[in-house]
Design a protein around this ligand. Structure first.
Ligand SMILES: *[C@@H]1O[C@H](CO)[C@@H](O)[C@H](O)[C@H]1NC(C)=O
Ligand SMILES: *[C@@H]1O[C@H](CO)[C@@H](O)[C@H](O)[C@H]1NC(C)=O
Ligand SMILES: *[C@@H]1O[C@H](CO)[C@@H](O)[C@H](O)[C@H]1NC(C)=O
Ligand SMILES: *[C@@H]1O[C@H](CO)[C@@H](O)[C@H](O)[C@H]1NC(C)=O
Ligand SMILES: *[C@@H]1O[C@H](CO)[C@@H](O)[C@H](O)[C@H]1NC(C)=O
Ligand SMILES: *[C@@H]1O[C@H](CO)[C@@H](O)[C@H](O)[C@H]1NC(C)=O
Ligand SMILES: *[C@@H]1O[C@H](CO)[C@@H](O)[C@H](O)[C@H]1NC(C)=O
Length: 339
């Protein structure tokens, strides 16, 4: 199927009520929207001059000024269903209703843009007639409420499940996106705050008090994106561990050794802004103490997050801030100061 079409919207016949396009939901909240579906349906009525429907085609434009539509999926009387994305279903039924539905699970930002649904058919004299509808899929940043909602559902669900870490993984790992705009205001609006807070904390291994802080070792398998870890640390009143001295490092190392099970434990520290300039993710101050492991840091600009590595005797390594799969050998360490 030839997938590139440039259409001028002007030549397409004006909209008729026969053709309906529904986008559910019209706003994608990355990480939180579970499913996006585009449903385009056609019923012939008296107002249309299209007597025979031949195809329904869904197209998308990722530009806003000039609409360059690219083929996404179609259903037609000769060829049935075709698609280049999503999961497609549909049929052409000239006596009743025809439709095409495109569905994506866990939609990403690459799906935003204008969508057009075209109905191609013939009029009474056998000439080609085209009807079309357009609608927009937008991306919305998650609000604090959205995140809290997820955390809340997660913590209630956790109480009901024995395989609790698995569940947390499958829910939180969906938050594969940048929560940049909400990190600092995470405390502002909170429903069930205390319950949520204490049920979150109950998932962590908590160290003894050391120089004013406790260290919270996360449950396994929870995190794909370090931003999620940051948010969870902040929610509990802390931040990803900021290593200020050798003394602090030795305490942390001893704590990790005593609670083995993981191979990798992320701490705070990021060199995404300037290569090899390690900055505490939360405080934005330079990381004061790093005991690098053998051959570290490695990975250059691909590896911008700091972690401690068991097999290098819990010395520091640079890793990706995003992991493609959940793992029960990976965790992160929050530092929560106490008054
Ligand atoms: C698509 O829309 C048509 C008409 O409204 C409806 O009959 C059909 O069930 C819808 N399909 C989906 C998957 O929503
Ligand atoms: C729009 O999508 C086309 C085809 O997938 C791609 O080649 C093009 O770079 C995209 N443009 C923008 C602005 O994302
Ligand atoms: C639609 O496209 C996707 C991705 O190319 C493919 O996996 C799927 O099998 C296609 N067909 C249907 C019927 O969804
Ligand atoms: C069919 O479409 C053609 C081209 O748009 C038009 O000239 C013709 O009058 C139409 N016939 C009917 C019966 O609507
Ligand atoms: C203890 O914490 C204070 C304040 O955070 C810091 O200035 C000091 O260096 C820490 N002491 C040690 C031994 O890490
Ligand atoms: C969770 O509890 C800690 C104190 O243990 C507090 O500092 C933090 O603000 C609480 N988080 C929220 C979101 O209320
Ligand atoms: C680790 O275990 C050893 C031996 O039980 C103990 O002395 C040490 O204080 C523990 N370290 C931490 C950080 O809890």
């Amino acid at each position: 199927m030839n997938c590139f079409l440039i259409l001028s919207m002007a030549v397409i016949a004006s909209l008729k009520a026969d053709l309906l396009m529904e986008i559910k939901p019209p706003d994608i909240i990355i990480g939180l929207t579970r499913q996006l579906s585009i449903n385009c349906s056609f019923i012939r009525t008296d107002i249309t001059n299209m007597v025979k429907l031949i195809s329904l085609v869904v197209m998308r434009s990722n530009e806003t000024d000039t609409l360059n539509f690219y083929y996404q999926a179609s259903v037609d009387v000769f060829d049935g269903l075709n698609n280049v994305t999503g999961v497609v279903s549909g049929l052409i039924d000239n006596r009743h209703e025809s439709y095409i539905t495109l569905t994506w699970s866990n939609p990403r930002s690459t799906l935003t843009g204008w969508y057009s649904c075209q109905a191609n058919g013939e009029n009474l004299s056998g000439q080609v007639v085209t009807l079309s509808k357009t609608a927009k899929v937008k991306i919305t940043n998650p609000t604090i409420e959205d995140l809290l909602d997820v955390l809340e559902r997660q913590s209630f669900a956790l109480e009901l499940q024995s395989s609790k870490f698995e569940l947390q993984a499958s829910q939180l790992s969906k938050l594969q996106y940048d929560f940049e705009h909400m990190g600092s205001s995470v405390h502002e609006k909170c429903v069930c705050c205390d319950t949520l807070n204490s049920s979150l904390k109950s998932l962590y291994h908590i160290s003894a008090l050391h120089n004013g802080s406790r260290y919270y070792l996360s449950p396994a398998s929870t995190i794909l994106l370090m931003k999620e870890a940051e948010i969870q640390c902040e929610f509990m009143g802390g931040y990803l561990t900021e290593m200020d001295s050798e003394e602090e490092y030795l305490f942390v190392k001893s704590f990790l050794k005593n609670n083995t099970g993981y191979i990798t434990v992320y701490t705070g520290g990021n060199d995404g802004a300037f290569e090899n300039n390690w900055v505490n993710t939360y405080s934005k101050t330079p990381v004061k103490y790093i005991k690098w492991g053998q051959g570290q840091p490695s990975g250059g600009t691909a590896n911008n997050c700091l972690a401690l590595w068991r097999d290098y005797d819990w010395t520091a390594v640079s890793l990706k801030c995003y992991q493609g799969v959940v793992s029960d050998s990976r965790g992160y360490l929050c530092e929560v100061p106490e008054p």
